[in-house]
Design a protein around this ligand. Structure first.
Ligand code: SF4
Length: 354
């Protein structure tokens, strides 16, 4: 799936154009691309859908497969059962598959699954696995690992769980860097969570470099292409927006970062909404320009609903703001490749799109 592929590119907006946009009637909906599902989220959902087709219900899923209630409820309706720990799987169902979420898991989870003789399918995004693989050589080379990320996020728990106890220190802010007690010549290496703010992370990494000039970077950028592209598109579209709506869940890290990016990049206000039902139409009044994007775990059907809700209330014109084309696709594991994935299988998220 290529979230941004259907949109036409528009040039950067000048200040004069912003002023003009605000005066325009009808209101303008400025739709970002890329937006919504990334390749890792698409793959993780496909794994659950295909597992249900191949093995039948129930298919257990450890943690929300991706951070989106609509997706989770859609899969529950098809027979997925969401759990937080493997021990929640009833003994009678231990022959059914259990899927690990896109965020990744500590090494102990597949080890526990093997000990319980469970059949597991690991839907960890390949770009999260890449971060795991970037962290491990640091430890092997005797470096203490600094992980830049958000405490308690499943991806951070999964990455920390690739290394020995005590091998990782989590840093969330520049002020956390200032509090680190390692000497300046300590053997350190760093990696980051995949869904961070590109700009905030640059500040944290500069602070790390300033305190620890010899700190070893990861082999490649840890923040993923989808996070970077969605933030870039919002940054481009935000100037001149009276309101910027980001479709996403409150526990979706990349969606929350998009709200921050919109606010910092010139939108007068930005809000996270899970769907059209959460828009406060009375407070909105008659908007001039409304930016619209979606986090990497938010299905396009929710964006469509919002566009339709605006069209039902205003004679709105839709303007496209595209900053990149995405063609990434991550194949599902071999065990599921013999099952056909049809358009109808994914229609609950994609509507009638391919
Ligand atoms: S946001 Fe990035 S790391 Fe997370 S699932 Fe999508 S592509 Fe993978």
């Amino acid at each position: 799936m290529t979230p941004g592929g259907r949109l036409d590119e528009v040039p950067a907006f000048t200040e004069t154009e912003h002023a003009e946009s605000r005066r325009q009637t009808p209101p303008v909906l400025r739709l970002c691309g890329p937006r919504g599902f990334c390749a890792g989220v698409d793959r993780a959902i496909q794994i659950v859908v295909l597992a249900l087709k191949k093995y039948g219900a129930p298919v257990y899923v450890r943690h929300e497969i991706v951070h989106n209630r609509y997706v989770v409820e859609g899969l529950q309706n098809r027979g997925a059962v969401f759990i937080e720990e493997l021990g929640e799987i009833p003994a009678a169902d231990r022959g059914q598959p259990v899927v690990f979420s896109a965020h990744g898991v500590p090494k102990s989870v597949p080890a526990d699954a093997k000990a319980l003789n469970l059949f597991y399918l690991d839907a960890t995004c390949p770009l999260v696995s890449k971060v795991h693989k970037q962290a491990m050589p640091h430890e092997k080379r005797g470096r203490h690992v600094i992980l830049v990320g958000h405490r308690g996020h499943p991806e951070v728990i999964g990455t920390m769980g690739q290394l020995s106890a005590g091998a990782v220190t989590l840093v969330e802010t520049e002020s956390d860097v200032a509090k680190l007690a390692f000497p300046a010549d300590a053997a350190l290496g760093y990696v980051t969570q995949t869904t961070l703010s590109v700009d905030d992370t640059a500040g944290i990494l500069s602070a790390l470099d300033a305190r620890y000039p010899a700190i070893a970077p990861p082999g490649a950028e840890s923040i993923c292409y989808a996070t970077t592209n969605r933030q870039e598109a919002v940054k481009h579209a935000a100037p001149g927006c009276d309101l910027f709506l980001i479709v996403g869940a409150p526990n979706s890290s990349n969606s929350r970062r998009l709200v921050e990016v919109a606010e910092r990049s010139g939108a007068r206000r930005a809000a996270l909404v899970q769907g059209a039902a959460e828009i406060d139409w009375a407070a909105l009044g008659r908007p001039g320009v409304v930016g619209l994007s979606a986090g990497a775990s938010a299905p396009e059907i929710l964006v469509d609903e919002i566009v339709d809700a605006f069209r039902a209330r205003f004679d709105v014109s839709v303007e496209l703001a595209v900053t990149a084309e995405e063609n990434e696709e991550f194949p599902v594991m071999r065990a599921l490749r013999d099952v056909e994935l049809t358009k109808a299988d994914m229609a609950f998220l994609n509507g009638d799109r391919a």
